[in-house]
Design a protein. Sequence first.
Lengths: 152, 153
Amino acid sequence: MQFQRRTWLAERIGWIVMAALLVAGLAGIFFHGPLSRTIAKNADESVAIDYERFAHKTALTHFVIRTSAPLPDHVLVRLGPSFANMHDIDSIEPRPVRSSGGSYGLEFLFARSSAGDLGVYVAARPKRFGLMSLHVEVEGRGALNIAQLVYP
Amino acid sequence: MDTIIRSLIIYFVLWGLLRLSGRRTLGKMTSFDLVLLLVIGGVTQRALLGQDYSVINALLVIVTLILTDVALSLLQRDFPPLSKLFNGEPMIVVEEGRPLLGRLKRARLTAEQVLEAARRIHGLERMDQIKYAILEASGEISIIPYSTRQVTA
C-alpha cells in the first residue's frame, strides 16, 4: 500500500507539473503568446524589430523590421551571417529591389513606402535549436542584436 | 499558445463526435471501425500539429490532451451529472428473459447480438436464461443470468 501511495503522490505531482507547463505554454513561454512576442529597438528608436523570443525548430517564426520616416528612396537592410546560418528564410515582404549575400550575411535593398517609412516582414524557419543571437542592420539608421531561444 | 488551444478544440470535437456516433462504436469495434479510427487519427494529427514538427510542440499537444482527460475525470468524480453527460449511463435491454425491443432498436443492437454476448462469455443458449442484459456506458453488454454471477461481454 505504501508503494501505491507513493505512486499516487507521483501522479499528482505529475499533474501539477503538466498544469504548470500548460499555463507557461498559454503565456507564450514555448512559442506564440504574450510572453514570446517582443519588440527590440535601437538607442534612438529609429529601427525596431518585432519578433518572438521563443521559436520551434522547423516552425515558421516572423520578424518585422520597421524603420521610421524619413528615409531615402532605397534602404539597405542587412541580416547578419548568423541569421542565414540559423534560419531558412521562407518569405520576405515587400519584395526587395536587389538582394545579395556575402561574408556580411544577406543584404536586401528595399524601396521605401509612400509614407516615407519601411516595414519588412520576414518569415523564417529555424533549422537549429538553442539560443541564437541575430544581427540586423538598417544602413544609415543603426543595428540591433536580438536573441531568440529555439526549442528542439 | 495556439497549439494548446488547437488541442483543446480537437479533444472536445472528437469527444462530441464519438459520443454522437453512439456507444456501439466504442464497444463493438469491427475491423472497419478500427480502420476508421486510424484514418481519424491521421487527419487529427495534421490538425493538431499544423506544420510544426518540433519535439516541444508534440510534447505540448500530449500534455494538453492528457491533462484535459485527467481534469475531466476529476470533474466527473466530483460532479456525477457530468459523468452521465460524458459517458452516458447503463441501460437494461433484456429484462427477465424478455428483450426490450424498442431500446434495442434505438441502441442499434439486435436480440441476436445480446444472445451472442450471453453465449460467448456465459455459455447461455436462450433468451429466457438471461435475467438482465445491460448495455453499459462503455458500450459493452453485461449479462446477468438467473444466478447471481455477472459476466461482461
